[in-house]
Ligand binder design. Structure first.
Ligand code: UDP
Length: 485
C-alpha cells in the first residue's frame, strides 16, 4: 500500500492509570474495527503490568496497523505509583514526558499521523499537537457531571463559594449550573475541602478543567440518556462532543460478544491478576443475593476503616464478595488484628479476592448490589448491568458521581463521609432487602437505556459514527494539503 491509500493513523495517549488506560484501549479497539491504524502510547510502568497480566498483544495482533509504543512517566522505577502519589505523576508527566512525546512525534519513526486522541487532563499533549501541527481530540474518562464541576471551579472561587467558609458541608452549591437543587458542598471533588485554593489539586483541576474547550472535540465515556443535562451544559463551552459510552459495552457489542463474558477475544486490560474463582463461588449463590464490594484500583483504606466495613458487612447477614487488593489497606500487620467472629462470619457468608473480573461479576445473576468507590468505570459498569449501588467515594470525581447516583439517577445510597459498622449494616440491608425491588427496578430501567444507546440509531452508536467520519475527513484534508514530492 502506498502512503496515500493507507487508512487514518491515530495516536492514542491515555492518562497512565488503570481506569483511563482500560477505557482508552476500548476506544482504540473500536477505532481498529473502523479500519484505522492506531499507535497506542503507554508508560513503561503500565506496559510492564499489561504484559504481565493481559493478553494485550495477542488480542490486538489481529488489527493491521496497531502498535504499542512506550514512554517514560518520568518517575523513578521504584516509585509506588499509588493514589496518594497522584500529583507526583502529574508533575513528572508535564515536565519529563512532554518533551519525550514531542520527540516521538517528530523523530520520523512513526507513520504520518492523522490525529491525536489524548486524555484531556494532560493539557501538554495539546501544546505538543499544536507545535507539530497535528489535530487533537480530547477524551475525558471521568463522568460528565464531574467534568462540568471541574469546569466551574473558577466560578466557584469567584463567587466566594470556594474555599468553604464553615463546616456546613450540607449547604447547596450555587455556582454549578444545572445542579443547584441537589449538589452539596460535600459532593464537590474531595480537594475542595482542603480550605486553600492555592492547593496543587485545586490549581491542577481549575486549569486543566478549562482544557476541554481547546481541542477539536471531546470524546466522553457516557451516554445521552444518563448525562444529557450535564452534556448540554458542557456543550455551551465545547460544542463538539462525542458521548460514545459505556465504552466497555460498546466494544463488546461491536465485537458481537456478550457483555460480561470472559472470552479470550474480549478479556480485560487489568493491571492485576484476576481471581476467577469468585465466579464459581457466585454460581452457587441465589439470584441477586450477593453484594459485590470493590473500591477500584487506587483507593486505600485504613485498618480502622477496614474493620468497620468488615463488621458492618458480616453483621448485615448479606452474602458478600469483596475485592481486597494486596495494597488496599494502609499500614502493616492488619491481618493479625482481625477478630475471630469476623473471620467466622466471612467463612459463612463471604468470599474475598485480590482482584476480580469485575465486568463478569457485575453481569452475574447472583449479584444484587455493588458497594463501590464510584470510579467512573465502575459506576458505568454497574449502570449497564442494572446493579444498584452503595457509594463510598474515595477522591476526585467520585464524590460527585456518588451524589448523582443517589440524588439524580436514584440508583443507590450514598454513604460518603461515614465509616461506621452500624451505618454499613443499615445501608447494606436497605439496598439488598428493604428497598431491593425499588432499586432493582430503577437500575433495570437505566440499564435498558444503556443498552439501547449502543444499537444502530442509538445515541452512542451515532456519536461514534460521527467521530469516525470526522477523523476520515481530517485524513482527506491532510492529504489535499500535503505538498507533492
Ligand atoms: N476492576 C477490575 N477488578 C477489580 C476491581 C476493578 O477489573 O477487582 C476494574 C473495573 O472493572 C474498572 C476499573 O478496574 O474498569 C477501575 O476503574 P474505576 O474508574 O472504577 O476506578 P479507579 O480504579 O480508576 O479508581
Amino acid at each position: 500500500m502506498d502512503q496515500e491509500n493507507l487508512p487514518p493513523h491515530v495516536i492514542i495517549f491515555p492518562l497512565p492509570l488503570q481506569g483511563p488506560v482500560n477505557s482508552m484501549f476500548k476506544l482504540a479497539e473500536l477505532l481498529c474495527l473502523s479500519g484505522f491504524h492506531i499507535t497506542f502510547i503507554v508508560t513503561e510502568y503500565i506496559y510492564k503490568r499489561l504484559i504481565q497480566f493481559t493478553n494485550i498483544h495477542s488480542r490486538f495482533d489481529q488489527y493491521e496497523g496497531f502498535q504499542i509504543k512506550t514512554i517514560s512517566d518520568g518517575l523513578p522505577e521504584d516509585h509506588p505509583h499509588s493514589g496518594d502519589q497522584f500529583m507526583q505523576l502529574f508533575d513528572a508527566l508535564r515536565s519529563k514526558t512532554k518533551p519525550l512525546f514531542k520527540e516521538m512525534l517528530t523523530c520520523g519513526d512513526l507513520r504520518h499521523v492523522t490525529c491525536i486522541i489524548a486524555d484531556g487532563i494532560m493539557g501538554f499533549t495539546c501544546d505538543v499537537a499544536n507545535d507539530v501541527g497535528i489535530p487533537i481530540v480530547y477524551v475525558r474518562t471521568v463522568s460528565s457531571c464531574c467534568l462540568w464541576v471541574f469546569f466551574c471551579l473558577p466560578k466557584l472561587i469567584e463567587s466566594g463559594e470556594l474555599p468553604f467558609h464553615d463546616d456546613d458541608f450540607d449547604k447547596l452549591v450555587k455556582s454549578v449550573p444545572g445542579t443547584e437543587d441537589f449538589l452539596r458542598c460535600r459532593d464537590l471533588p474531595s480537594f475542595c475541602r482542603l480550605g486553600d485554593i492555592s492547593n496543587i489539586y485545586v490549581q491542577l483541576y481549575k486549569t486543566e478543567g478549562q482544557e476541554i474547550a481547546r481541542a477539536f472535540g471531546l470524546i466522553l465515556n457516557t451516554f445521552e440518556e444518563l448525562e444529557g443535562p450535564m452534556l448540554d451544559q458542557i456543550r455551551s463551552v465545547c460544542p463538539n462532543l462525542y458521548p460514545i459510552g459505556p465504552l466497555h459495552a460498546h466494544l463488546k457489542t461491536r465485537l458481537g460478544a456478550e457483555v460480561g463474558s470472559s472470552s479470550e477475544q474480549t478479556s480485560s486490560n487489568s493491571l492485576w491478576e484476576e481471581d476467577k474463582s469468585c465466579i464459581t463461588w457466585l454460581d452457587e449463590q441465589s439470584p441477586r443475593s450477593v453484594i459485590y464490594v470493590s473500591f477500584g484500583s487506587i483507593a486505600t483504606v485504613t485498618k480502622e476503616q477496614l474493620l468497620e466495613f468488615w463488621h458492618g458487612l458480616v453483621n448485615s447477614g448479606v452474602m458478600f464478595l469483596w475485592v481486597m487488593r494486596p495494597d488496599s489497606v494502609a499500614g502493616k500487620d492488619w491481618e493479625e488484628n482481625v477478630p475471630e467472629e469476623i473471620k467466622e462470619g466471612t467463612k459463612k457468608r463471604g468470599y474475598i479476592v485480590g482482584w476480580a473480573p469485575q465486568e463478569q461479576v457485575l453481569a452475574h445473576q447472583a449479584v444484587g448490589g455493588f458497594w463501590t468507590h464510584n470510579g467512573w468505570n465502575s459506576t458505568l459498569e454497574s449502570v449497564y448491568e442494572g446493579v444498584p449501588m452503595i457509594c463510598w467515594p474515595y477522591f476526585l470525581d467520585q464524590q460527585v458521581n456518588s451524589r448523582f447516583v443517589e440524588a439524580f439517577w436514584k440508583l443507590g445510597l450514598d454513604m460518603k463521609d461515614t465509616c461506621d459498622r452500624v451505618i454499613v449494616e443499615k445501608l447494606v440491608r436497605e439496598l439488598m432487602e428493604v428497598r431491593k425491588e425499588e432499586f432493582l427496578k430503577r437500575a433495570d430501567d437505566m440499564a435498558k437505556l444503556a443498552k439501547g444507546c449502543l444499537s444502530e440509531g442509538g445515541s452512542s452508536y451515532e456519536s461514534l459514527k460521527r467521530l469516525v467520519k470526522d477523523i476520515e475527513s481530517m485524513a482527506v484534508k491532510d492529504e489535499l494539503e500535503r505538498p507533492l514530492v
